[in-house]
Design a protein around this ligand. Structure first.
Ligand code: NAP
Length: 248
């Protein structure tokens, strides 16, 4: 039987690239999206046309009831879970900290941090050998912002990714003896829509100048790292924070 991977935020960007690569490597896929149903459906159609297996499930990962529904759909369709990729994430308009309000911080932490916690909790419940599961892997999508801090842009987003790093370290230890590996990738500046959502569509070109490799990354390059951490080739790797950032 094919291994089953759940990817949150898979309608575009790094999540969609991970889905395409995972499908090519034989995973059956549960692809979560938030608002872009057409994009998620088109991705599923591509994968199925190529002989793969995938479904798209709408859910806001920050909403506990919607995450419960997402995992209920996963159970109904596949009846197992081998890999969770906590990829869904967002940021808001670039600004200094003193211009931000509490509502923004609550949205940023809800989507980036609590969403990953909710999905990790649901995944562990199913994967843990202590609960009769078969083990598995969780890959969190953090960011180099966790160690660079994103000054003048989105310190709140950087801090949320710092929380993901700490969660990765703690959870890896907590479930290591239950057959579950937990790791994170920390992408650098990657060419996706997320920069436009922060108000600077040309951010990749600007920031590339401070990247030792002299360029931004592609979503596919992050997907390769995610797929490795998810795979049996990474069988002794847990609690790792893998930078995919062109040396930055
Ligand atoms: P993106 O192109 O903006 O795509 C974001 C994805 O997340 C979309 O599929 C979106 O769904 C989904 N999403 C957002 N909020 C969600 C929520 N509340 N519930 C469920 N899904 C939600 O972003 P990306 O660049 O691919 O980013 C993917 C991950 O990589 C994020 O965690 C991001 O923080 C991280 N990252 C990105 C970069 C970069 O330079 N691009 C660097 C470091 C880390 P809809 O489209 O359906 O709304």
């Amino acid at each position: 039987m094919n291994k089953v991977m759940l990817i949150t935020g898979a309608s575009r960007g790094i999540g969609a690239a991970t889905a395409r690569l995972a499908a090519a490597r034989g995973y059956a896929l549960c692809l979560n999206y938030h608002q872009r149903r057409t994009a998620a459906d088109a991705l599923v159609a591509d994968i199925v046309r190529a002989g793969g297996r995938a479904i798209a499930v709408q859910a806001d990962v920050a909403d506990e009831a919607q995450v419960a529904r997402l995992f209920a759909e996963l159970d109904r369709e596949f009846g197992r879970l081998d890999v969770l990729v906590n990829n869904a994430g967002m940021l808001e308009q670039q600004m200094r900290l003193e211009q931000m309000d509490l509502g923004r911080w609550q949205r940023v932490f809800a989507a980036n941090v609590f969403g990953s916690f909710l999905c990790a909790r649901a995944a562990i419940t199913r994967m843990s050998t202590a609960n009769g599961g078969g083990g598995g892997a969780i890959v969190n999508v953090s960011s180099v912002a966790a160690r660079l801090g994103a000054p003048g842009e989105y310190i709140d987003y950087a801090a949320a990714k710092g929380a993901i790093d700490s969660m990765t370290l703690g959870l890896a230890k907590e479930v290591a003896a239950e057959g579950i590996r937990v790791n994170a990738v920390r992408p650098g500046v990657i060419d996706t829509d997320i920069h436009a959502s922060g108000g600077e569509p040309g951010r990749v070109a600007r920031v590339s100048q401070s990247v030792p490799m002299g360029r931004g990354g592609q979503a596919q390059e992050v997907a390769e790292a995610i797929l490795w951490l998810a795979s049996d080739q990474a069988s002794y790797t847990s609690g790792a924070l893998l930078d995919v950032a062109g040396g930055r």
